[in-house]
Structure formats: C-alpha cells, structure tokens
Design a protein around this ligand. Structure first.
Ligand code: NAI
Ligand code: MG
Length: 495
C-alpha cells in the first residue's frame, strides 16, 4: 500500500457521519441516510444524513439565532482573527482535506493538493477584507447641517448550494466572504460529495467559530436544496451548479424575494489563432477541457482553431490526450480521475454517441474505460472530436466530461460571432502572439472571464462569474463582498 492508500483506509470506514446544525452533530429528523461512495472503486466510504425540509428549517433557525446573537457581537477585527485561525487549521489539515476529496469525488490527489495556494489564499484574502470594507460620508443637497452616510451591513442568513466538482474550493468560496461580512450560512453540499464539507465544518468549529454561524445540511437537491432555496428565513442564496437547477432556484427565491447569485454552466470557447505559439498552446488548450475530467464549469469544450493550423493542432491535442494518465486519483501519477457517478457516465456516453451519429470524426477516446483497474470505477477516455460543426449537439450542450469539440474557423469576425453563439457566457481562452488580436477578441467575447495565452486562472482577489445563462453575481475580489452586503443610508439632522 502506498502512504496515501493507508491513510485513506484510516479516514473512512463505511461508518455514519452526522451533519452540523447549530453547533451539534446530528442525524436527519427522518433518520434517512445516503451513501458516500468512491467513484474510482465504488467502495462505500461512509453514510451521511439525508436531510430534508425539517432539517433545513432547524439550520435556518440556528443561523438566524447566531446572526442576531453571538456572531453580531464579533467586531470586524475579531472576524479577521478567526478567519486567519481557520486558515492555519487548513494549512495543518490540508493533506487530509485533499485526500477526503480525492476519495469522495475522484479528483487526482496531485490536483487537490495543488489547490492549496488558492484555497488558503482565499481564507486570508477574506480575512483582510473583513476589516477593509466600509461605508462613506456623502455630501447631499439639503440646506442646513444634515449629515448623510452609508453603512455596509451583512445581508443575514445565506443559503449556499454547491456541486460535487470542487467541494473544498467551492465551499470555502461561499463561506469565507460570509464570515468576512458577518453573515451566517446554511450550506447544502452535493449529495455526490458531502464528506469533505463536513470535515471543513468540524475544522471551523475547532478553530472557534460560534455555533450556528456555519451549518451543513447534507441531502438531495429536490429535498434539502429546494427547501433551502424556498425558505422564507433565508436572505440570500448563492448557488453553483447547472443552469436548469439555477433557474429552479431563482424561481423558488421569489417567495420572499431573497437575493440570488448564480454561477452556472458553460460551453466555453478556446480560440487558437494562426499566429499562436503552438507548442505552448497545445497542452493548455488540452487541459482547458480535460482538467478534472472535464467536470468543471469553465471547461474549454469548444476548440476553435484557425483553418491553416487546424489539422496539425487537433492531432497534437489528440496525442496529448492519449498520453494522459487516467486512473484512481489516489495514485500520485494520475492526471485524470474518474467521473463522479454512473449516471454522469451514461450522460457523457450519450454525447459520445451523438458526436459519432452526427458525423464528427473521432480522433481519440470516445468510450468508457472498463478493463483491469477501471472495472469498478466510472472512467471515460479523454476524447477529441474533429470536424465538428456549430449545429452538432456536442458543440452546443454542456457535456461535463473529458470531451472536446474542435471546429475550424477562417476569420476573426467569424470566430467572434460563432464563439458568442451560445446561451452561455462563463469563460473563454484566446491563443495569439498578436497584441491587437488579443485585445480585440478579449473585448468582443461575451464571457465573465477571458484568458489570453493561459487558462483556468482563478484568484481570491479577482472577480469570477458569468454573463447570459451562465448566471449573475461575482465571486472573488471586492465585488464578492458586495454580494453579501446591504448598503444602509443613515441621515442625521445635526441642527
Ligand atoms: P445540479 O445543478 O442539479 O446540482 C448542483 C447542486 O444543486 C447540488 O447540491 C444539488 O443537490 C442541488 N440541487 C439540485 N436540484 C435542486 C433544486 N431543485 N433546488 C435546490 N438545489 C438543487 O447538477 P447535477 O445534477 O449534479 O449535474 C447535472 C449536470 O449539471 C452536469 O452534467 C453538468 O452539465 C451540470 N453541472 C454544472 C456545474 C457547473 O459548475 N457549471 C456543476 C454541477 C453540474
Ligand atoms: Mg462520492
């Protein structure tokens, strides 16, 4: 056994892991449980409560009580100190957190470990923000001595709903700004990957977070998730996940007009211009889609390549894909791990079949991996389709798997139009050595993030989010804090 394997065996033994409400560790009221399985092996890791509306109700009550009670008495500097203590705990427990995620959702251990700078950086960035935001004193048009000023106040109880594809970063991105601003949180992790989020709740409790400031209710989307989105005691919902679920959440939120921010799906274009540095662009364009087995909202799944270099570039991306080491994420050499669930595998297989049936040419991959070590897990071979046209299903829909559609283009005007011809607008990649082309494309592509001669960069200090049906609201940067704050105007007649 490798070191990671022996540590894995000690971490999860199939036993019950309770959820976290009001500082207590609890079963669901109903007593129902869900299984947490390792997508690389099918092994049962643990069971967790299958919470529903009754548990969500308790969690919202606990969050409200904390918001109005002990948490309201924390000064900004005390919240900052607590966030920094939490960051220290993350430093100390980092490998265990990463191992837990690798076991529960499959991301290769090398990749989870590599997220350290970003995740712990987030905690420290928001610790800084806790003491930095403030209102203003604003001149007004009234005669006499009338003072007008603004005060920034936390929105209140935040309901956070996250997907399975990056539980550590995904939950910290919701929790840290809430703690910085003085909000409290009810977090509903994905039913496919709850374990690390429970571990994070334990770690924050140990660091001294008061009871009820962070509550984690495990459960399914239709039960726990829908109850949270509709709950009249929740002031704001922050959601990351599919566009269809985002729409359901926005509808559910109308009851009490709670604020909503949504980070949804994508069909992000990667544009490789004729003058691109091909040696540098090939691995970046390939990993733009294959990273995390394509289970990433910003996956660069439409690869537009200038016609002059299309054949060579796509062949080289296919060679890169063939050389990727697919395997159990617990192996340090695995670059591509399993797909989260059998359901997602069949969904992806449906797209592979559609690609073939609609006439795309398959350069590599195109199938589920089943032999040997793959037998018990959910694996799809990294797949490259060439000669794809804009109308094909694989060029239009979010696949959420390791599948790229390569499309040739002739002019910049044309590629801008085609890249923007999607309901989504999350991200885009541009490869060119021409400064003017970089600027022109970056300005004209409708997306929340555009990367030039790079991909994937997400930083605590830089805003991230979507336009069009990729959602609204921003995470990261100063914009993120505003999502968790209300602005109150205070008028004082000093006469
Ligand atoms: P999903 O969007 O349904 O799930 C994300 C979260 O929302 C989970 O915690 C889930 O329990 C919760 N949820 C589901 N239905 C809900 C409801 N009615 N009310 C409140 N919360 C609800 O995504 P799912 O089913 O896991 O994956 C399906 C497809 O969605 C994927 O194949 C992919 O295309 C897309 N997706 C995109 C993500 C992104 O980051 N862009 C993340 C996850 C999924
Ligand atoms: Mg799992």
């Amino acid at each position: 056994m490798t070191d990671w394997q022996s540590r894995a065996a000690a971490l999860y033994d199939g036993g019950f892991r309770p959820m976290h409400i009001g500082g207590r560790w609890l079963s669901a009221h109903s007593g129902a449980v869900m299984e947490a399985r390792n997508p690389a092996t099918g092994a049962l890791l643990a069971t967790v409560p299958r919470g529903d509306a009754a548990d969500i109700d308790d969690a919202v009550t606990a969050a409200r009580r904390a918001f109005e009670g002990p948490w309201a008495r924390f000064t900004p500097f005390e919240r900052q100190a607590l966030l920094l203590r939490i960051a220290e705990r993350f430093e100390a427990e980092w490998e265990t957190l990463c191992l837990s995620d690798t076991l529960d959702m499959g991301m290769p251990i090398a990749r989870t470990l590599a997220n350290r700078r970003r995740v712990i950086g987030m905690l420290r960035f928001y610790a800084g923000q806790a003491v930095a935001f403030h209102g203003a004193t604003i001149p007004n048009s009234f005669p006499g001595e009338i003072l007008s000023q603004t005060v920034k106040e936390p929105v209140g109880v935040v309901g956070a709903i996250i997907p399975w594809n990056a539980p550590i970063a995904g939950s910290v991105w919701k929790i840290a700004p809430a703690l910085a601003t003085g909000c409290t949180v009810v977090l509903k992790p994905s039913e496919e990957a709850s374990l690390t989020v429970l571990m994070i709740a334990r770690l924050m409790q140990d660091a001294g977070l008061p009871d009820g400031v962070l509550n984690v209710v495990t459960g399914t989307g239709p039960e726990a998730g829908a109850a949270l989105a509709a709950h009249p005691g929740v002031d704001k919902i922050v959601f990351t996940g599919s566009t269809a679920t985002g729409q359901a959440i926005a509808r559910a939120a109308t009851g009490n007009l709670k604020r909503v921010s949504l980070e949804l799906g994508g069909k992000s274009p990667v544009i490789v211009c004729r003058d691109a540095d091909i040696d540098k662009a090939v691995p970046v364009a390939a990993m733009a889609v294959f990273a995390n087995s394509g289970q990433i909202c910003i996956a660069g799944s439409r690869l537009f390549v200038a016609r002059e270099i299309h054949a060579e570039f796509v062949r080289r991306v296919a060679d890169f894909a063939k050389a990727l080491h697919v395997g159990n994420g617990i192996s340090e050499t695995a670059e591509i791990g399993p797909i989260i669930s059998a359901r997602q595998v069949s969904r992806i297989e449906g797209y592979l079949a559609a690609g073939r049936a609609e006439g795309a040419s398959l350069l590599t991959g195109g199938e589920r991996l089943t032999g040997g070590d793959f037998a018990r897990g959910n694996y799809i071979a990294p797949t490259v389709f060439g000669d794809v046209t804009d109308a094909m299903t694989i060029a239009r829909e979010e696949i959420f798997g390791p599948v790229v559609s390569a499309l040739p283009f002739d002019t910049l005007e044309e590629v801008v139009e085609r890249a923007n011809a999607t309901p989504y607008g999350l991200a885009a990649g541009i490869f060119t050595t021409h400064l003017g082309t970089a600027h022109k494309l970056a300005r004209r592509i409708r997306a929340g993030s555009v990367w030039v001669n790079m991909y994937h960069a997400i930083d605590p200090a830089v805003p991230f989010g979507g336009v069009k049906m990729s959602g609204y609201g921003r995470e990261g940067g100063i914009e993120h804090l505003e999502e968790y704050l209300d602005t109150k105007a205070v008028w004082i007649n000093t006469d």
